[in-house]
Design a protein around this ligand. Sequence first.
Ligand code: MIC
Ligand code: SF4
Length: 653
Amino acid sequence: MPLNIAQKILQAHKVYGELARGNVIGLKVDEVYTQDATGTMAWLQFEAMGIDCVKVPLAVSYVDHNMMQANHMNADDHAFLQSAAVRFGSYFSKPGNGICHQVNVERFAKPGNIVLGTDSHTPTNGGMGMIAIGVGGLDAAVVMAGAPYEITMPKVVLVRLTGSLRRPWVMAMDVILELLRRLTVKGGVGKIIEYGGDGIKGLSLTERATITNMGAELGATTSVFPSDENTRKFLKAQGREADWIELQADENAQYDEIIEVNLTELEPMIARPHSPDNVVKVKELAGLKVEQVCIGSCTNSSYQAMSTVAGILKGRTVHRDVNLLINPGSKQVYEMISSNDSLMHMLSAGARVLESACGPCIGMGGAPGTGQVSVRTYNRNFHGRSGTKDAGVYLASPVSCAIFALKGEIVDTLTATDANVQIEVPIIAEPDTYMVRDNMLLPPSAENVGVETIKRGPNIKEVPVKDALEDEVQAAVLIKLGNNITTDDIMPAGAKVLPYRSNIPAMADFVFSGVYGGFAKKASVAKEKGGGIIVAGENYGQGSSREHAAMAPMYLGIKAVIAQSFARIHRANLINFGILPLIAEQAIDLDNVETGDRLIIKNVKDCLMSTQKYTVLVEGKNSSFICQTDLNEKESAVILKGGLLPYTRERAL
Ligand code: MIC
Ligand code: SF4
């Protein structure tokens, strides 16, 4: 049978199950990586499993998110992570070495492999012809402890690219923004997006990585490109040609759906506040004043992107009313732009060049001013994520952003023509040689495994574990929400909250504290009387992989989330921490439920372990409605035990 690329990789890694859509399959994983903000929990949970050494061929622990070090907490976490890497046999990428996805693509990604990362943008590696999946920390820990990774076989969608980009104005970022415009943030749920067609030949490896990176915003399980001569060129330039294999879909390979995108017809695109799918053509916003521009993040911080931006800034000055912030994606990129004149062009133009880290993308500095317009090459513009609630954050390509920074407003670059924009934009190709100096990437060494003492700062607290499931849930609706609630809404990030990522009791105080103004007090009152329930609409928990968005509510006594549908990673995290993800059979039933209502759900265990549906009684209203779950056998057993940690402890891996 002819196979597509996704099927080929999954087939080669399958430990059990059949590759038919909807089936549960177990996969052998080649690499697991963590980043610091999710990694402390992942490694604490790994430690709690009592295993000596990681059991996957490659593990890498990156530090890129929590870099502000306003006090001891971040540095203590970094020391914990470094000592855990030595103790358990993982590479350690020191703070400053770069953003996990960018560095992983440069130094470790390998066509045909499967990689899991404790970050939702792990699919960046899909640009290399890999199946790269973002997971919660506990899922990563269990796989590092030797278990196969289980997924329900998604649909495979072909995005056929034809034509070629109208360079220099149209970039890879515009391709994925166009897909977001068409498919929305729910459009990729339950799907692997596979790219094909003649148009891919004109896309370099790092441009492909931009596209697969933001497949996360479509809600897709992952996105994957073929591995071809462009892939080989990149690997050769990284001194890793031996890692290259060719990977193409077979002729007549089958897909569940086919989407056509003609690159020649694409125009510069821009996402408006507060969602990455709120996309229009740049020209529709021409004239809008811009106060901040941020260039970088794991989406657009490659050498190619940075050099293009430097070429635009060369010999010019950033507009007087604009703050331009640039974060190169990795030390490698940083070193390369410093070894030619690119960094100098950025600095002389008036850019504030930051360290290689996530930075303003996750609200770690660089928050815009009150009501300001910030245009960013990043991947998320969720409400409040920048650190400023009423800022208007827009997302656009590096070329668009660099030009807006010079002009102080949104410019219709494409139809304004060169003459109008009066800036000649260089077209930079992927270099033939990358500067490889892995001196901040510390390899594991056999003699320290199992021996190294783990360093634990006072802010690192034990992982909370839930009790086994009760048979009757009686709990109050603590908050009622709409569609597409993000994990940033549930468990905000930013400079104030992020340092508590290894301290769930402290972090719990910040649940729903951003746009929704707080939750913890209400929850602790409700906890005394049986706990709380969250009610929401479609795609609950989209965005980040942070399991804290499940752990902290669990710590506050949340027993169930009733929604119309769930985002993939958050659904897995809820299950991992023993929270019931209930799906309302009819959306209209939720109209009758209000914040403050008390809900009673009986026979929970029977329902969980059979096909019986859940009857949810609304106390005092003489009404009830029906919910169901879409849990497989193992997921039900995990919830019954109170979560994946107690479930795993009972079993030999
Ligand atoms: C994000 O972009 O939201 C993050 C911060 O990288 C998260 C991970 C986290 O919350 O630590 C993600 O994308 O998974
Ligand atoms: Fe870091 Fe932003 Fe990428 Fe998340 S999306 S990994 S915060 S750069």
